[in-house]
Design a protein. Structure first.
Length: 326
């Protein structure tokens, strides 16, 4: 028969309460903890997490909502979220929403039905009406009508850094290329502050900002560059957009970085040991994940938290920009 907590307590010679405290990582005497752990191992005891959740109204699980698992940034973020949760004895449900508000609503209902304790969400769909300050929810980049906690990289600084890096490298005619959605989020600051900084620096700045979803970015970029042959430096909304921009440049028989320099945003790598895909503004993805987890667990425990956390970014040299002109 399956061992129970009472069996563990009997074998260890302690009370059931002591066993419960050890299982829940509540400090006890070292001698008591050793006895309980030895009994758990000998009996091959496995705590009934579901039953414990019914008693405590906690499941020790968190849902992570992603628009897609196919984007490298989202996948890397999920990896670090799971790692941070594991350190706190939490499990993660990975919820791939495909950007559909109906699916995201279902995940939000999981909190209200006590199936998960909270949610970390990267979402661009129309779910504002379902999000409230009473919901244990931490958003990434996006803000809502109600004062919901969110974590973001410093997109304002990122846009400014990109403009300055292109100027350092001799680019006087620059462009922003990317896409946008109607949903309010911090990523829109990348374009805005790149443009403002370019103007401040005396650079000529053109813009190709398409409404998402974008069906064929490469063709759009080709047409844009043909119409603006003077462009020699480009800042893109993401690194993946930068990859498509480079494909378009090569189709026009121009070279990167010799003819046109490109800076992306995200800091994507194929593996941790490899170089960046492109010259890029790097988001601190690991720190963003750990911060989001820490904030969510504070909310679950009823602690006060800041509503907005901004984390620093930095420029990383890839092979799509020239050496700095001093």
């Amino acid at each position: 028969m399956k061992a129970t907590m009472k069996d563990v307590a009997k074998l260890a010679g302690v009370g059931v309460g002591s066993v419960s405290r050890v299982i829940n990582n509540v400090p006890v005497k070292e001698s008591t903890a050793s006895k309980v752990k030895a009994a758990i191992k000998e009996l091959n005891y496995e705590p009934d997490i579901y039953a414990r959740g019914l008693k405590t109204n906690k499941t020790q699980t968190v849902a992570l909502i992603l628009p897609t698992v196919w984007h490298p940034f989202f996948s890397e973020f999920a990896y670090y979220v799971e790692e941070a949760l594991e350190e706190k004895n939490y499990k993660m449900y990975l919820c791939n929403s495909d950007g559909k508000s109906a699916k995201e609503y279902e995940y939000i209902q999981m909190v209200k039905q006590n199936k998960v304790d909270g949610i970390i969400g990267i979402t661009y769909s129309d779910i504002d009406q379902y999000i409230s300050t009473t919901l244990p929810f931490v958003s990434i980049d996006r803000y809502f009508t109600e004062d919901v906690i969110y974590v973001t990289a410093d997109n304002i600084a990122g846009g400014k850094i990109a403009a300055n890096e292109l100027k350092k490298r001799g680019a006087k005619n620059v462009a922003f290329i990317g896409g946008h959605q109607e949903i309010p989020n911090e990523t829109k600051n990348r374009r805005k502050h790149f443009q403002l900084e370019a103007e401040r620096l005396g650079l000529n700045c053109a813009v190709l900002d398409l409404h998402e979803p974008i069906s064929d970015l490469i063709s759009e970029v080709e047409r844009f560059l043909v119409a603006h042959p003077e462009i020699v430096g480009i800042f893109t909304i993401t690194d993946l957009a930068a990859v498509d921009v480079i494909k378009a440049i090569k189709k026009l028989e121009k070279r990167v970085p010799e003819d046109i320099q490109v800076i992306g945003f995200d800091g994507l790598k194929m593996t941790l040991a490899t170089d960046y895909l492109v010259s890029t503004i790097v988001q601190p993805v690991e720190e963003m994940a750990k911060t989001a987890v820490a904030l969510l667990l504070d909310v679950i425990q009823g602690k006060g938290t800041p509503s907005r956390t901004v984390l620093p970014v930095f420029f990383a040299e890839g092979n799509t920009t020239k050496n700095v002109i001093l």
